[in-house]
Design a protein around this ligand. Structure first.
Ligand SMILES: [Zn+2]
Length: 214
């Protein structure tokens, strides 16, 4: 799907969602039951076939993501996740990021274009991390990590919106536009991450879950 169509589709579906979530009394009762309607994440149609996960081959497998030029996901199972769903998550993230924070030099877009997402089967025990409020822990079990300017590791859960993917994408975006991934989040040891970023993540995940079932 080309960008313009995808964009139009997103705008349209967001508008529909907005309309459905409104309590406006003008909505006639004959409209389909609220809560039942859910948009299906689109299938990206690319000029060159994007290779699929291969069930019969060994794991972990690094497979390309559609729409993005160099983005890939490293999978421990073909179930985590459908390449179109992952690409759509990144697409929705970017649309909303650009709307909220802008991306004049396309640095965030470029980072997503080169991203590798490594899906993990289990949480990971790591040292020297901060929680969302900037509290330091010498050791902690985490559900996601930034491994480099273009690499994130994310613990796979049932739904993409339940994982820390959007949270890690926010670290990546800040790394490229602000100069630091800001490991202590809302804490004051590192600049870049603010309350707006925390609520942005909640908004994106809520949209992914309620509109697309992701
Ligand atoms: Zn974090």
């Amino acid at each position: 799907m080309n960008f313009k169509i995808a964009r139009k589709y997103l705008t349209l579906t967001l508008l529909i969602a907005l309309f459905l979530s409104s309590d406006a009394p003008t909505i006639p009762n004959t409209v389909m039951r609220i809560g039942v309607i859910r948009a299906i994440p689109p299938t990206f149609i690319t000029i060159e076939q994007t290779e699929d996960c291969r069930q019969e081959e060994p794991f972990p497998q690094n497979n390309p993501l559609p729409y993005y030029t160099h983005a890939t996901q490293t999978q421990f199972s073909c179930d985590f996740y459908d390449k179109d769903y992952v690409a759509w998550t990144m697409f929705v993230f970017y649309e909303l990021w650009e709307k909220e924070f802008g991306d004049p030099e396309k640095k965030v877009k470029n980072a997503l274009d080169h991203l590798e997402i490594q899906w993990g089967e289990e949480r990971r025990e790591v040292h020297n991390v901060y929680d969302i409020n900037g509290n330091f822990f010498e050791s902690s079990s985490v559900s996601g990590l930034v491994e480099g300017p273009y690499i994130v590791w994310v613990w796979a859960e049932d739904k993409i919106s339940n994982t820390s993917l959007v949270h890690e994408l926010t670290h990546i975006a800040l790394m490229h536009v602000c100069g630091s991934a800001d490991p202590d989040h809302e804490g004051d040891k590192f600049a870049c991450w603010s309350e707006e970023h925390s609520s942005f993540i909640n908004d994106v995940n809520l949209k992914l879950s309620t509109i697309y079932g992701l």
